[in-house]
Design a binder for this molecule. Structure first.
Ligand code: PXP
Length: 239
């Protein structure tokens, strides 16, 4: 059965909108775990637009499931990960102007640097996932540079303008999941998933964990964190 890792970045977005103390992503993480989350995800961005260093430090002390740190492959972030010791690092591309992560890593174009970053994280016994588009060449490159898992970027599938496009994008996700499995890579998936799109994964058993943030936090603003997480966890259990 696939797991659910809940991304609490946008709880911090709401807090930072007023530079306030609340809502606290640490409190949201506690509620998410009580409601059945299998892990908590935060993206510590270079510009600190939502999650702050303090959040990651506190989450390391409070998260009872597993803490997944999304980060860019920079020296600053590797040093922070080495200090915090998350259970998993997911390397993502990062651009200052983007609203959210816009695409997967180009592993093929950055093999040497990624290999070094992954080795540095492995030296601290931190497993590493690479967030990539559902592309066979990128998956082979992930294996080559020493990644332990891929996280398949589901954005193209979720944002498809019509059902034909969506089906095409989903076929790519299926192929990517199967290719990664054959290479003995772990398989996570995420970005843009919501209470509707998650149902499409029924019967696809190659995915270990879904990483979902915005749709859950958006629903939580209306119905509460526990209810929002429990509903997504139920949908994933039924896949
Ligand atoms: N996975 C990765 C690598 C991401 O960057 C994000 C967004 O922070 C997510 C999953 C979650 O995406 P969403 O907030 O759209 O559910």
């Amino acid at each position: 059965m696939a797991g659910l890792a809940v991304n609490v970045d946008h709880v911090a977005t709401l807090r930072q909108a007023r530079n306030a103390r609340y809502p606290d992503p640490v409190a949201a993480a506690v509620l998410a775990e009580l409601a059945g989350a299998d892990g908590i995800v935060v993206h510590l961005r270079e510009d600190r637009r939502h999650i702050q260093d303090r959040d990651v430090r506190l989450l390391r002390q409070t998260v009872a499931t597993k803490l997944i740190l999304e980060m860019a492959a920079t020296k600053e972030m590797v040093a922070i990960a080495a200090d915090i010791r998350p259970d998993l690092v997911t390397l993502v591309p990062e651009k200052r102007q983007e609203l959210t992560t816009e695409g997967g890593l180009d592993v093929m174009a950055h093999k040497t640097d990624l290999k070094k970053t992954i080795q540095a994280l492995h030296d601290h016994h931190i497993p590493v996932s690479l967030f990539i588009d559902p592309d066979t060449d990128q998956i082979h490159a992930t294996k080559e540079v020493g990644g332990d898992l891929i996280e398949i970027h589901t954005g193209l599938f979720c944002d498809a303008p019509d059902s034909a496009e969506q089906d095409r994008a989903f076929a790519d996700v299926i192929e990517a999941a199967r290719t990664a499995r054959q290479l003995n890579l772990g398989v996570n998936a995420g970005h843009g998933l919501c209470y509707r799109t998650i149902k499409k994964f029924k019967g696809l058993h190659e995915i270990d964990e879904f990483s979902i943030g915005h749709s859950i936090v958006a629903r939580a603003a209306l119905v509460g964190m526990e209810k929002a997480v429990a509903e997504m966890a139920r949908l994933i259990r039924e896949l």
